[in-house]
Structures are given as C-alpha cells and as structure tokens.
Design a protein around this ligand. Structure first.
Ligand code: TYM
Length: 332
C-alpha cells in the first residue's frame, strides 16, 4: 500500500446470517474507517468450519456476506475485501503462530469455553486454536487497528501477546494491533434474554434481528422484546431489556442516550418498542435491498472477491516470506 495511512483489518464469520449486533458492533464502523485507513475486510469462512456447517449453506452464506459488506458501504476500490480461504497465507501463518501460542492462553478464551459447552460433541482442535488463526489474519497485514465488538477484545489481546512473543525472539516482525471498540452498541444484547449478547447461534429466532429480516419480522421481534414491569424508559443495570433497546435506538438514530430518554419521558413501552423497530427497519432497509440486488449478479461479485484476494495475497505473501526466513525455513 503506497501511502502512510495506518492499516485496519477485520472479519466476520459467514456462519449463518449476520445480525443487527454484527452490523452495529462492527461492520457499520468499518465503513466509516475506510477513508482514513488502508482497510482490509474479510469473510472468515475458515473460522466458520470450527463448528459443523452444511457445505451448500456455507458457500451461499459466504457469498451473501460478501454482498452485504458492499451493500453496507464498503467500497472495493477503497478497501481490500476478500474471502479468507482464497488467501492461503492465512492458514500458513496460523500454523506457525500455533507454535508460539500457549495451551494455557487458549484454554482461557471465553469463546472457546462457551462454544465447547454448546458443541460438546465436536470440541475439535480448530475450535481450540481458532485465536491463532485470527492472530494470523491480523498480523499478516501489519494491522494497527482491529474494529470489533466487545466479544472479540480477548482474541485481539491474545494476538498482541503472540506478536510480542514472536517479536521478542526475532526482532520487530509484527506490528502491534489494537482493538477498536465502538462507544455505542459494542455489545448488542438478545431481545428475549437481555443479559446475553445477541447471537445468530441462539435457537430462539425472536432473540436476534437479522440484517436481511423483512420489516414485518423486525417489527414483530421488537414488539415482543423482553422489558420489565417497572415501565420507565431509562437506562439502568436493573433494566437490561430497556437499556438495550435505548442503546439500539441511539445507535441507529444517532441520538444520545439522554435525548432518547427525553423523547420517551412519560411514554410507555407500547410507544417505545415499535419506535425502535421502525428506526431499525429504516436503518436496515437499504442494506437488504442492495444485498438482494448484488446477489442477482453473481459474476460481478465473483470478479470483485477474486480481485480482493489477489490484492490481499500480494501483501500477505511478503509478510509470510519474512516470517519463514526468521524462523529458519530453507529458502525456496
Ligand atoms: P463474528 O463473526 O462472531 O462477529 C463479527 C463482528 O460482529 C461483532 N459482534 C457484535 N457486536 C456487538 N453486539 C453483538 N451482539 C455482536 N455480535 C457480534 C463481533 O465482535 C465482530 O466484530 N472471530 C471473529 C471474526 C474474525 C476476526 C478476525 C475479527 C476472524 N478473524 C480478525 C477481527 C480480526 C468472529 O467470530 O466475529
């Protein structure tokens, strides 16, 4: 990259459909950052196979996610947008980094603990070493900033530890990355169990809103959102459901929490919940429509992701060559 802008990297897994949490916590911020940084964004399909996927679904979801990246406003002329498995250097560096990642560190990862509990019949090595692959994603590109939601902070911290360990042996090979977490909507909560994060892997469809949900589905989910019996519309640790709705409304309208609380002072949930639903419908509508339009032209999407992978591989290849030399692999 021929300018002195800093580098950002982030990714989303194509395991299932993306949620309002993915959009507000991460992808929306990627769009804002792409002017000020050299940005790389990827569809993390290699991460997705750490839990069993239906092959046809995974292929379709990867394509859909790639289309959504563009529909959200990522511009393939400004940013490098690609599919992880198309750039083999990710797997190659991940193997090397696995040898610089400690068993104890991986055992402490909250996501590993959660996923190994929810997929007890398939606690595979990939699920365990997943953070080393994520570190490879980040470190391959000399990344300075990693815009993610709160739940990925621990993995970015681990990537820093791995980079530091490697650098302390071999000199300054990797740039130290930093997580960039948004102030609002860093952790969008479930609509049915507001003490848990909104997640596409929750079996209850009413707990999450998908970016591709139609307006009537979005309205239904918000009208059913769990609140409390107290009735006031303000943020409080005792009111996780209402606090989450205020945060979502604030994130999609750009109003501060205080402005939202003033707007609904003296009103009830019967006014508030549909208002949040409508604001989310309007926020997601252009993305859904544009995704549908893009998916209708598969050939153009394929051309775009091939071009993205080629650009990414050109950078990744250089980092990997340096790493091979440092660790002592014979030159090719
Ligand atoms: P993933 O696919 O689970 O989520 C993608 C992004 O969405 C954020 N997110 C949320 N933000 C707010 N509220 C929520 N309820 C919510 N749910 C998800 C996540 O924090 C994330 O930013 N391991 C990553 C993907 C990945 C990656 C990387 C990220 C692979 N390689 C390298 C950064 C850098 C993951 O599973 O995200």
């Amino acid at each position: 990259m021929e300018n002195d802008k800093k580098i950002i990297f982030s990714a989303t897994q194509p395991s299932g459909k993306i949620t309002l949490g993915n959009y507000l916590g991460a992808m929306r911020n990627w769009v804002r950052l792409q002017d000020d940084y050299n940005a790389l964004y990827c569809v993390a399909d290699m991460h997705a196979i750490t839990v069993r996927q239906n092959p046809a679904d995974l292929r379709r979801q990867s394509m859909e996610l790639f289309a959504q990246f563009i529909a959200c406003g990522l511009d393939p002329e400004k940013s490098i947008i690609f599919i992880q498995s198309h750039v083999p250097q990710h797997a190659e560096l991940a193997w090397i980094l696995n040898c610089y990642t400690m068993y104890g560190e991986l055992s402490r990862m909250t996501q590993f603990k959660d996923k190994s509990a929810s997929h007890a019949d398939n606690v595979n090595a990939g699920l365990f070493t997943y953070p080393a692959l994520m570190a490879a994603d980040i470190l391959l590109y000399g990344t300075h900033c990693v815009p993610v939601g709160e739940d990925q902070r621990q993995h970015v911290e681990l990537a820093r530890n791995i980079a530091q360990r490697f650098n302390s042996v071999y000199g300054d090979v990797f740039t130290m990355p930093e997580a960039v977490i948004p102030k609002v909507a860093a952790r969008v909560m479930s609509l049915s169990e507001p003490e848990k994060k909104m997640s596409k892997s929750n079996p209850n469809e009413n707990s999450y809103v998908l970016v591709m949900d139609k307006p009537d589905a979005i309205m239904r989910k918000f009208k059913r959102a769990v609140t409390d019996s107290e009735g006031g519309i303000y943020r409080s640790p005792e009111k996780p459901g209402v606090s989450n709705l205020i945060e979502i409304y604030s994130a999609v309208t750009g109003k501060t929490f205080e402005e939202v609380e003033n707007e609904f002072a003296g009103k009830g949930y019967g006014d508030f919940k549909p208002a949040v639903g409508e604001a989310v419908v309007e926020c997601l509508r252009p993305i859904r429509e544009e995704t549908e339009r893009l998916l209708a032209d598969k050939a153009s999407l394929e051309a775009l992701y091939r071009q993205g992978a080629e650009k990414a591989a050109n950078i990744a290849y250089k980092t990997l060559r340096k790493v091979h030399k440092k660790v002592g692999f014979a030159s090719r």
